[in-house]
Design a protein around this ligand. Sequence first.
Ligand SMILES: [Zn+2]
Length: 342
Amino acid sequence: MWKQRAKRAAIVSITVMAAAVIAIAWLWRDRPSLDDIGWPAPVTASTSVTDLVTVTWLGVSTLLFDDGETQILIDGFFSRPSLVDVVLGHPVENNAAMINYVLDEYRMRRLAAIIPVHSHFDHAMDVGAIANRTSASILGSESTAEIARGAGVPEDQITLVGENQVYEFGRFAVTLLRSRHAPIGWRGSVPLAGKIDAPLTLPQPVSAWREGVSYAIVISHPEGTTVVQGSAGLADGALRGVSADVVMLGVFGLDSLGKDYAEKYWQAVVTETGATSVYAIHFDDYTRPFGETVPGPKFLSDLSQTARWLEAFRDRWDNDTQLFLPEFGKPIAIYPQPAPEA
Ligand SMILES: [Zn+2]
């Protein structure tokens, strides 16, 4: 009798576990297709043109700005630990071979600065390793500085950013404005919030990369101004008085925060700055290897839903603004030049 009951309980628990695994696997596979979004492809610059400001999107919110003279890297995330490593909290390290490949493939030989939007692993994991392979400065919060120190980056290559301070690199002028992270954690919290308060030596589980401070980054150049908003955090007034031509708009988890939140986010970042081009970023599954741009699973972040909302907000508030999805690894000419006179 007792034996039979134990057997039945074992069968039930195995069945429940199997069902859970199947459900998660199914949820993880249910993703929108990039083809369904239907936004126009951005204008990509041919590599022979070197005097335009270009931006190359390298997954999540890693963006390479280049004016032919100076390069600035927003974020630095090439190692991309797998889903298993992320979920099970395995200790992870910088992927040296991948970092070397990316620096070479995307010709980062004139890199002046590396500036993560905040200090989570999917933004800042590789900033120290990149700084060590270039002479670029790392700019950011105390947490970002600890990532750099853990990688052995010399102090004179680390800049703790000051409030509203302007940093010049060639013809670029960069300001970091204190913003917010999207509250996409349990019950409206920010996942992995808090600070990194000692040099972050690797390997570490991804949970070791704490948020630090989230920034909206304003990158000005004689040709135009771009705001990079890496995470969909609503910081009222953070961008007040800032005008921009382009917004790089972090959208991960935006649909899960509700349409009202999303609309306020649009107004605070796009309407406020008057940007006429908006590129959605941070829409890809960050557990896929570098170069694979698969939209995140719908149950975490539904890009198709977000895209329909952004179109509606654009139509309501900013009729002249164009929406784009960047293509991976292709330099985009972000400030369209007037056509030559006939
Ligand atoms: Zn984050």
